[in-house]
Design a protein around this ligand. Structure first.
Ligand code: Z5A
Length: 212
């Protein structure tokens, strides 16, 4: 008797500028997928719970200074330390909804002046997203969002450089969604069908790796 192999889960990534609503939407997407009978799990980068993540947390809260190259490699290592558990969950059929991933790593470090090719190299070989939902928001609405300005990088000219870098990183598996003047619920109802299609499409496809 042949046993049908479990369909794999999809790797869904939310990207975009600070405070655009990635965390809010990622949580809602996981909830909706589960309600629709699809196993799903939330992940976020930086994962501030690991030893590397704790260093990044200190750095982001501006209580520790680090060389730009070193901090870039720490962000990348923070993804690499999760790869085996990500691959296992995906192969078992769990969809991962990930709040920031490799594109954040490149866009933010390159905004400090590091070469894009250097920034991308340390993430080559990571699992490749099936879908990147890239959320955009106008500057005025962005700076009025709760908590903006408390951490490192939360400054308008830096965020504009990050956005320019993101625009150069766009790939065919990206979907750009304008979040301007949309309520949490409106945005969720726009994102959910995109995610549902990506989950269905990923089921029989191999998991690819990032190849910058
Ligand atoms: N970083 C890096 O340099 N290199 C890397 O490799 C990685 C990251 C992975 C921390 O990331 C920093 O790390 C980040 C990039 C850098 N720096 N910046 N800038 P983080 O993900 O831990 O934290 P964050 O970028 O500051 O994200 P966030 O605070 O999680 O923002 P968000 O997820 O996009 O938004 P939110 O938390 O869902 O919502 C923000 C607020 O807006 C909150 O008050 C909500 O209630 C409100 N909100 C949400 N949606 C709406 C709508 N639709 N309408 C109105 N208000 C809303």
């Amino acid at each position: 008797m042949s046993v049908k192999k479990a369909c794999r889960g999809a790797l869904i990534v939310l990207e975009g500028c600070d405070r655009v609503g990635k965390t809010t939407q990622a949580k809602l997407l996981v909830e909706s997928l589960k309600n629709n009978g699809k196993p799903a799990q939330l992940m976020n980068f930086p994962d501030r719970t690991t030893a590397i993540g704790k260093m990044l947390d200190q750095y982001l809260k501006q209580s520790q200074e680090l060389d730009d190259h070193a901090v870039h490699l720490l962000f990348s290592a923070n993804r690499w330390e999760c790869v085996s558990s990500m691959e296992k969950l995906l192969q078992e059929g769990t969809t991962l909804v990930v709040d920031r991933y490799s594109d954040s790593g490149i866009a933010f470090s390159a905004a400090k002046g590091l070469p894009v090719s250097w920034c991308a190299a340390s993430d080559s070989g990571l699992p490749r997203p099936d879908l990147v939902l890239f959320l955009t928001l106008g500057g005025t609405e962005l700076s009025s969002r709760g908590g903006y300005g408390q951490e490192r990088y939360e400054e308008d000219s830096f965020q504009q450089r990050v956005m320019r870098n993101y625009n150069e990183l766009k790939r065919d598996y990206w979907n750009v969604v304008n979040a301007d003047e949309k309520s949490v619920e409106q945005l969720h109802s726009e994102l959910l069908p995109l995610v549902t299609s990506a989950v269905a499409a990923a089921e029989d496809k191999p998991l690819l790796t990032l190849d910058w």
